[in-house]
Design a binder for this molecule. Structure first.
Ligand code: SF4
Length: 475
C-alpha cells in the first residue's frame, strides 16, 4: 500500500514517539580528486535528525563508483569515513528514516548501479505519491527491483531512457513522476541535484573554494564553515562536472507545495528552509498562538525540545514568564521494547521530569509543536500535576493533525490521530488537562508567511496538492 509508513522497529510501542522524520541528502563535487568522505560525514552528522535508521556514502569519478551503506547512525561510521583513505571528485550521502519501503540494509542509500546510462548513485529525500503505480508498470515491463524503496523507481526510469545527454534523460525519466523528490546523484563523475517541481522537501546548493556542496538543510552546509548558499528552486536540476555548474528546469510552471511541517517540526532550528529561518518561524508560531489565547498563565513551559522556540514566542507575546518546567534526560534511548501501558508511562518518566519549584502551585501553559496520538501529552500532564501544578493548559503551535502524509513524512493512520476522534475539549478531558488549544490553519499560514498557497498543509486540512493514488484514507 502506498500510504503505509513502514518502520523498521515498531515505534508505536516506544514512548515519546513522534512524527517520523524523512531523510536527508548531501553531495560534494570538486574540480580535483579530494577526500570527499570527511565533508560528507560532517554534513550527514548535521542532518542526523532527518533519519537515524541507516546512513551511507558513495563516491567516484569517471572511472568508477563505490559506496558504503550502514544501519544505524552516522557516528558509527566515523572511524572509516574520517580516515582520509578515499579520494574522488564526487561524493553523495544519505541518512534514512524508513518512511516507505521499510528498513534494512537493502533499502539504505545511496543506491548505486551500473547501467546503460553509466555509473549512477542516487540519494533521495521524499516519497513518490504515484510510486506504486510506476513500480507496477516497470515490473510488468520486465524490471527487476533490488529494494522496496520507491527511490529505485527513479533509477530504473533513468536506466531505461534512450536519450543520450543527462538533461534529456532526466526530463524523460522524471516526466510523470509525482510527489516529493529531492535527489542528489553521482552520474559518471558529475554531481546532479534535482528538486521536484512542487518543492516539497528542501534542497540547497553552496560553492566554496571551487568546490560545490548540496544538502537538504543549510545546517549541513554551515557545519563545514561559513559559505554562501542558495535554495535549489522547485523543479530545478543542477549539474556540476568538469565543465562547471549549470542548471535547467523540469517544468517551466512549477506549482509549489513546500511542506509546511518542515519549519514547524522537522528541520533543525538553526537551518533556513524555504528561504526563512526555522528558529524565527517557530517563535512566530508560538507568538500567533499566544495572540489568539485568552488565558493568563503563571508560567509558560516548553515540551523539550520540540516546543521550546514556540514557547519562547508564546511567552514574549503573552508577557508571561518562560521557564523550563520540564527537563529531558538526553540519555534515555529509544531502543527498548515496551509492551505494556505501565512500562510506556515509566519510560516517559525516565525521559521527562517536572521541575517542582517551577510549576508547584502555578497555572502552567505547556507548549508543543503538534499533537499526534496524545499519549505522551497525557503523561506530561500527570507529571506536572504530581509536581504540584494548579492548572495545566496544553497549547499546540500547529493545527489539529488529521490526515496522513503521502510525500515522505511518517504520520499515523487517521484512526490513530487523536484529533480525528476528539475535539480540543474532548482531548483536554482525555489527557487530563484544564484546556487544549491549537493554532488555526490560517494562523499557521500567517505566522509562516505561507498565505500565498505555495505550501502543502494537507496533513492539517486534507488538501493534497498532487493526486494520491491507492490511498484508502485520502479525502
Ligand atoms: S502532508 Fe503534511 S507532512 Fe506531508 S508534505 Fe504536506 S505538510 Fe508536509
Amino acid at each position: 500500500m502506498l500510504q503505509t509508513a513502514v518502520k523498521p522497529h515498531d515505534t508505536r510501542d516506544i514512548p515519546n514517539w513522534r512524527l517520523g522524520h524523512h531523510c536527508g541528502v548531501a553531495g560534494i563535487r570538486a574540480p580535483q580528486a579530494m577526500d570527499v568522505q570527511r565533508p560528507l560525514f560532517y554534513m550527514l552528522f548535521a542532518q542526523q535528525h532527518r533519519g537515524q535508521e541507516a546512513c551511507g556514502v558513495a563516491w567516484g569519478d569517471e572511472t568508477g563508483l563505490r559506496s558504503d551503506r550502514r544501519l544505524g547512525m552516522v557516528a558509527g561510521a566515523a572511524d572509516d569515513w574520517l580516515s582520509g583513505s578515499v579520494s574522488a571528485k564526487a561524493g553523495i550521502g544519505h541518512v534514512r528514516y524508513a518512511t516507505q519501503g521499510g528498513g534494512g540494509l537493502a533499502n539504505a542509500q545511496p543506491l548505486a548501479v551500473s547501467c546503460s546510462q553509466g555509473r549512477i548513485a542516487l540519494a533521495h529525500n521524499g516519497n513518490l505519491s504515484n510510486g506504486a503505480e510506476l513500480r507496477a508498470r516497470l515490473v510488468a515491463d520486465g524490471s527487476i527491483f533490488q529494494t522496496t524503496s520507491d527511490s529505485e523507481i527513479i533509477l530504473h526510469r533513468i536506466a531505461r531512457s534512450k536519450m543520450r545527454d543527462k538533461e534529456s534523460v532526466l526530463r524523460e525519466a522524471l516526466a510523470g513522476v509525482e510527489g516529493a523528490y529531492s535527489l542528489c546523484l553521482i552520474w559518471d563523475g558529475a554531481m546532479v541535484a534535482v528538486r521536484d517541481p512542487m518543492g516539497f522537501r528542501p534542497l540547497h546548493l553552496a560553492e566554496e573554494g571551487g568546490v560545490s556542496y548540496v544538502a537538504s538543510e543549510t545546517c549541513a552546509l554551515r557545519a563545514l564553515g561559513p559559505m554562501d548558499w542558495r535554495e535549489i528552486a522547485p523543479g530545478e536540476c543542477v549539474i556540476v562536472d568538469d565543465d562547471g555548474t549549470r542548471s535547467f528546469f523540469l517544468d517551466p510552471r512549477p506549482r509549489r507545495a513546500r511542506c509546511i511541517f518542515e519549519p514547524i517540526y522537522f528541520a533543525r532550528p538553526d537551518s533556513w528552509v524555504f528561504g526563512r529561518s526555522v528558529h524565527a518561524s517557530r517563535r512566530a508560531l508560538g507568538a500567533a498562538l499566544a495572540a489568539a489565547d485568552t488565558i493568563t498563565p503563571d508560567v509558560v513551559v516548553p515540551v523539550p525540545d520540540s516546543g521550546t522556540l514556540a514557547a519562547m514566542g508564546y511567552a514574549e507575546v503573552s508577557g508571561r514568564p518562560f521557564a523550563f518546567g520540564l527537563t529531558r534526560n538526553h540519555y534515555a534511548g529509544r531502543s527498548f521494547i515496551l509492551p505494556t501501558k505501565g512500562e510506556r508511562e515509566l519510560a516517559v518518566r525516565m525521559k521527562l521530569h517536572a521541575v517542582e519549584d517551577v510549576v508547584a502551585g502555578k497555572s502552567v501553559v505547556i507548549v508543543d509543536d503538534s499533537l499526534v496520538r496524545g499519549t505522551t501529552s497525557g503523561i506530561i500532564v500527570r507529571l506536572l500535576r504530581e509536581a504540584g501544578a494548579r492548572e495545566v493548559h496544553l497549547r499546540l503551535s500547529s493545527p489539529e493533525l488529521k490526515w496522513p502524509c503521502y510525500y515522505g513524512i511518517d504520520i499515523p493512520t487517521r484512526d490513530e490521530l487523536i484529533s480525528n476522534r476528539l475535539d480540543a475539549d474532548g482531548i483536554a478531558a482525555h489527557i487530563g488537562a484544564d484546556s487544549v488549544r491549537f493554532l488555526t490553519v490560517d494562523g499557521m499560514r500567517q505566522a509562516l508567511g505561507a498565505e500565498s498557497g505555495e505550501f502543502c498543509s494537507a496533513c492539517f486540512d486534507g488538501n493534497y496538492p498532487c493526486p494520491v493514488r491507492h490511498a484508502g484514507d485520502a479525502p
